[in-house]
Design a protein around this ligand. Structure first.
Ligand code: GNR
Ligand code: NI
Length: 183
């Protein structure tokens, strides 16, 4: 078990399409365990493998609050097999876009088929925050971020904000201190 660094926008790996694992074997289980540790440490309620740079269709979720018993959900190769016409709105955040939050509308209910940590086929019918979180994580597997659900204006502003943050955080070497930007 290990903590792994979480990639942030504008890292292009977040836009990659992840590949199915096919079988949940020991290697995938080890990945899931690292992801869960990394997610709890962040802390977050969900994490997709690509957020730690691994382009596999694997995600973990735990909606249990601090002080409650952990209830981890381990998911590989998920597919949405039903979704409601009814939508619901949640204020979303993403560990790959730190400290940025916006309302996002998504189907209120989804039925998802997936492989669990024991490589067994499962189906889950989710509503509420779990439905939102599953869809948010599954978007990551296709290189999609929650800002892609916002207006063009909001998305552009968010991308610019993170591009600038990355520039400012970057090496002092290629750019002398005399041309450091003001925040
Ligand atoms: O920790 C997270 N919180 C959250 C809140 C509302 C909707 C989705 C999420 S997922 C996010 C963690 C994350 O970035 N997962 O990819
Ligand atoms: Ni996210």
């Amino acid at each position: 078990m290990a903590l792994r660094p979480i990639l942030c926008l504008p890292d292009p790996r977040l836009r990659a399409t992840s590949e199915n694992v096919g079988v949940v074997d020991d290697e995938v289980r080890a990945l899931m365990d690292d992801m869960l540790d990394t997610m709890y440490a962040a802390p977050g309620i969900g994490l997709a493998a690509i957020q730690i740079g691994v382009p596999k269709r694997v995600l973990v979720i735990d909606l249990a609050k601090k002080g409650e018993l952990p209830t981890p959900l381990f998911v590989a190769d998920p597919e949405i097999i039903e979704k409601s016409d009814e939508l619901s709105t949640y204020e979303e955040g993403c560990l790959s876009l730190p400290e940025y939050y916006e309302d996002v509308q998504r189907p209120a209910r989804v039925k998802v088929r997936y492989l669990d940590r024991n490589n067994e086929r499962q189906e889950i019918e989710a509503t509420g925050l779990l439905a939102t979180c599953l869809q948010h994580e599954m978007d990551h597997l296709d290189g999609k971020l929650f800002i892609d659900h916002l207006s063009r204006l909001k998305r552009d502003r968010a991308e610019k904000k993170f591009a600038k943050a990355a520039r400012l955080a970057e090496p002092l070497a290629p750019r002398g201190p005399e041309i450091r930007e003001k925040v």
